[in-house]
Structure formats: structure tokens, C-alpha cells
Ligand binder design. Structure first.
Ligand code: ACM
Ligand code: ZN
Length: 502
């Protein structure tokens, strides 16, 4: 199927095939904006993406589409390729298989377009590395849900996961750690040390990283599904793997070793060292050459200022530039890299901590410590992506009975995820600053792709509906019913390991 193109497909003779289901339901996630059921079905053999008749209609909003199903055929209209692609995703969910290779789609008129333009999922390959197949499955499931942004977390304390040709030690050294924290169930009685939340398993982890060829393969796979991939290169914090590869990047010059514990480290990039700044520019040069995304994530969260307080170079920079202490120094760094990326035609996005450093208005703020950072950012005129931890963190517990998995803590039930209103608390004149939202899959407590899938779905299905569907159309009881059906579909068609809908 060349689903990315709007094209005229040859009408099939399938209309002659006897109907196989008289009353198929319009059970689609995310729920379309407008649906009018007509009764009856269109029955066919083959692939609906060929069989449907596509046309272009410039009056349809970006990424939107119109579908008309009658007993004699399916007509799709869209103004862009993404709209045509999303129409096909809707049709796939409407299909009911009959006997003898016959498929039925209920007769319906659908007019649909997204509420938000940033419909994202975040993927942490640093704490645990999942690899290309898991990424591709995630991209498939995202496409099914009309999600269009993959935020790829590629660098952190516990692993540097992308090849940078100018600095080969990032991948060679930074992608390997001496071990990982044991799962709770594997910690023997009395094994845990006082003052430590973790016990090292002493099983070497890595080298695990993506070559630039791997990245290109993922980018092509995502592009075919109308998904933009946004890389995250964390600065100034979450930098231990890089500092272990090149100790001069840090304030002390000492090698901290790639971090095996979870949590936050004091060893961040030295903001006073011009060589460190140049290093980060070089990394961003290669990243920008590789990723076509107009947006690049530069982190900014959880950067303790202890090292900077005691570093002559960092203190000299603060004094020379008249900055407001260490927070001002982080603000300087955020502005520096926002401007650096702007010269390359890219926008920077940072976690909500960047607000403390008074970022430029062109920096996109990602609100994760609840929604308050996003509300403040929208009010001051920054664009915002909402990913409040109390609704969007898919590494938090799901509140399920008999859940075999370990979680980082917290609780985000399916209903809670579904209940997010991303513009709540934001004055109407600032609401347009909310570009959208995303679910975050931090992976400290997620060991395998199967666990990742279990934690992601169906809560990401709930977020997908928040991203797309007009809020007045949302209804949790109805969503829950459709989510159970989607779970079965994902399991039957892809062998997905989704959590149960309880
Ligand atoms: C974050 O969860 N540290 C952005
Ligand atoms: Zn320093």
C-alpha cells in the first residue's frame, strides 16, 4: 500500500460481494470528530487502501480526512498525505472479517481532523535499550492511533545511545555500564545497603547504541507513517555517560564511570568550559544533519548545581556575563543552544526546568512536573507540550489487579490518563500555545520490549484520544469498551502485549 499518497484508486467490483455484517460498530480510537452512521455495509475482498477511491480536497484541515462508505464503495478525501493515511487507519479499525476472505465496513460518513498537532510518545532507550524492532512496533502502533511525534531519548547518565562520528568514545565507552540495579524481586534479604535504593547486578550492560545507519532506517520507517522523530540530547544534566567517555566535559575532569544507578547525578556538563560548549555544538551538528525534524530536544531537567558552584570555570562565566548565579548559567546555556539551533532552522524544546533560566520565547517548553510549568510558559508566550507526570507518565503504576510488573512508583490509571484536559488552567488567549501532549515511557523499571508494551498500551490509547478527539466527544465508559476491542485487535494482528482493560 502506498498509503502516504493521495491517489485515485480503481473502484473495485467488491461491492457485488454479499454483505457479511449488518451492524458493525464505529469503534475507532481516537474517536473521530463527526460520525453519521448510514446502516448497511460495504463488503469487499482485498485491501481497503487500494479499493477505496481517494481524492484531494483543499478545504479539509491539515491531517484531516472525510470518508464516505456506501454499499457500493468507499470514497476518501483529504488535503494532504497525512489525512489520506489517517483515513486508512480509521478504515482498518472499521473492518470486520467475514468468511471466505470477505471483509465488511459499515456504511458511514466521517469528517475528522486532529485537535492538537503534537501527538507524541517518548521512548527512553538509555536506561534500558530496546532496539530497532521495538521502535518499529511502537511506530506501527502510534500510526494506528494517529500519533505523529516520537520523542527519542538518546542520551543520559546510564547510556549514550547514538553514534557521533566526531566523538567515537560516546558510543564505544558511553553505551556500556558495569551493571544495572536489580529488580526488587531479585534482591535477596539483607542485600540492600543502607542509604542505597539499588543493588547492582554486576552484569555488564552494553555496548548498546544506534549507528547513524540505524537512525536513518528508523527515520525512514517513521516518515512512511507520518511520524516526526525528535531526538533528545540532554544538557546540561543527565550527562554522565558522555563525561565518562570524555572526562574533560565535566567540571572536575575526573571520570565518574557510566552511571549504573538510577536517579540524578551531580556530574553534569561544565558550562564554563568553551571546549564543552564546542563539543555540544559538534554533537548537535551531526544530529541536525541526521534528523530532518524542525524541533530538537535539549533536555534541561534535573541538573544539580553542586559542581558548578565549585568550578572556577563555571564561576568565571557567571561573573563575566553577569548571570544570576547557577540558574542564570543554565539559562545562558539554554539560550546559547536555542540560538545555535535557530541558526540551523531548528527550534529547541526543553523540560520545564528551563523556565527558571528565563528562556527565549522561541523555546518550546515541555511540562512534566505537573501542568504548572506549561501553564506558566503558555502565559509568558512560549509554545508548550503537555506531559504532566500525574497523567502522562506511563512508567507509573496502572492500578491493575494482579499486575506482575514493577513500576517506578506513582499511579496513572487508564481513566486518569483519559481525563487529562491539556488546556485546563490556561486563559483562552494563551490556549493556542498548547501544541499538544505526549506520553512518556521512562525505562528504569522497564526491562524488556514486552514490558514496555504492557505499560504503554492501552494508556497511550487514552492519551491518543485526548490528543485527537474534540473534548465534548470524550466519554470514558465508551472509550473503555473501544479500548478492550483495540487491545484484542493489537493482540490478534500484531501479538501485542497490552495491559488488560479492567
Ligand atoms: C523527567 O521526567 N525527568 C523529565
Ligand atoms: Zn564547570
Amino acid at each position: 500500500m502506498d498509503s502516504g499518497k493521495i491517489k485515485i484508486a480503481i473502484a473495485a467490483s467488491a461491492a457485488c460481494i454479499a454483505a457479511v455484517a449488518a451492524n458493525a460498530a464505529i469503534d475507532v480510537i481516537p474517536l473521530p470528530a463527526k460520525v453519521a452512521e448510514r446502516g448497511g455495509v460495504f463488503s469487499f475482498r482485498g485491501d481497503i487502501a487500494r479499493i477505496a477511491k481517494f481524492s484531494k480536497d483543499a478545504s479539509i484541515p491539515a491531517e484531516g480526512y472525510r470518508i464516505s462508505v456506501t454499499p457500493s464503495g468507499v470514497a476518501v478525501a483529504a488535503s494532504d498525505a497525512a489525512g489520506g493515511f489517517y483515513a486508512v487507519q480509521t478504515l482498518r479499525q472499521l473492518e470486520t472479517a467475514g468468511g471466505d476472505g470477505v471483509t465488511a465496513i459499515p456504511c458511514v460518513e466521517i469528517e475528522d481532523s486532529p485537535r492538537f498537532k503534537w501527538r507524541g510518545l517518548h521512548f527512553d532507550d538509555c536506561r534500558h535499550f530496546f532496539g530497532k524492532e521495538a521502535l518499529k512496533r511502537t511506530l506501527d502502533f502510534m500510526a494506528l492511533h494517529k500519533m505523529n511525534v516520537l520523542h527519542w531519548h538518546l542520551t543520559d547518565d546510564q547510556g549514550w545511545r547514538i553514534e557521533i562520528k566526531k566523538y567515537p568514545r560516546l558510543a564505544e565507552v558511553g553505551s556500556v555500564r558495569r551493571g544495572s540495579p536489580k529488580r526488587a524481586r531479585d534482591i535477596a534479604k539483607g542485600e540492600k545497603k543502607k542509604n542505597s535504593r539499588w543493588v547492582c547486578d554486576d552484569v555488564k550492560y552494553g555496548p548498546y547504541f544506534y549507528t547513524q545507519e540505524d537512525v536513518k532506517e528508523i527515520l525512514a520507517y517513521a516518515a512512511a507513517r507520518h511520524i516526526k522523530v525528535i531526538p533528545e540530547i540532554e544538557l546540561p544534566g543527565h550527562a554522565v555517560a558522555a563525561v565518562a567517555a570524555y572526562p574533560w566535559l565535566g567540571c572536575t575532569g575526573k571520570n565518574p564511570g557510566v552511571r549504573w544507578q538510577w536517579g540524578i547525578s551531580r556530574d553534569i556538563f561544565c558550562a564554563g568550559n568553551d571546549k564543552t560548549i564546542k563539543f555540544l555544538e559538534d554533537v548537535l551538528d551531526e544530529v541536525c544533519a541526521l534528523f530532518p525534524s524542525d524541533v530538537i530536544h535539549i533536555g534541561g531537567d534535573e541538573a544539580p548545581k553542586h559542581r558548578w558552584k565549585h568550578c572556577p570555570k563555571c564561576q568565571k562565566r557567571i561573573k563575566e556575563l553577569g548571570l544570576a548565579g547557577e540558574e542564570g548559567l543554565q539559562g545562558w546555556m539554554t539560550r546559547h543552544f536555542t540560538e545555535y539551533l535557530a541558526k540551523k532552522g531548528r527550534r529547541a524544546v526543553g523540560w520545564d526546568e528551563v523556565l527558571a533560566g528565563n528562556p527565549g520565547k522561541d523555546t518550546i517548553v515541555m511540562s512534566w512536573r505537573g501542568s504548572k510549568g506549561g501553564i506558566a510558559a503558555a502565559k509568558r508566550g512560549n509554545d508548550v507540550v503537555m506531559t504532566p507526570n500525574d497523567f502522562c507518565y506511563l512508567d507509573y503504576g496502572q492500578g491493575l489487579k494482579n499486575d506482575p510488573h514493577e513500576y517506578i512508583g506513582g499511579k496513572v490509571t487508564l481513566e486518569k490518563a483519559y481525563s487529562l484536559e491539556p488546556t485546563a488552567g490556561i486563559p483562552a488567549e494563551s490556549a493556542k500555545r498548547i501544541l499538544g501532549l505526549q506520553g512518556n515511557n521512562w525505562s528504569e523499571y522497564t526491562w524488556t520490549p514486552e514490558e514496555l508494551e504492557y505499560k504503554m498500551w492501552p494508556r497511550a490509547s487514552a492519551l491518543a484520544e485526548v490528543m485527537w478527539t474534540p473534548p465534548e466527544r470524550k466519554n470514558f465508559a465508551d472509550f473503555r469498551r473501544r479500548a478492550a476491542k483495540m487491545r484484542k485487535f493489537m493482540s490478534d494482528a500484531f501479538g501485542a502485549n497490552c495491559a488488560p482493560v479492567q
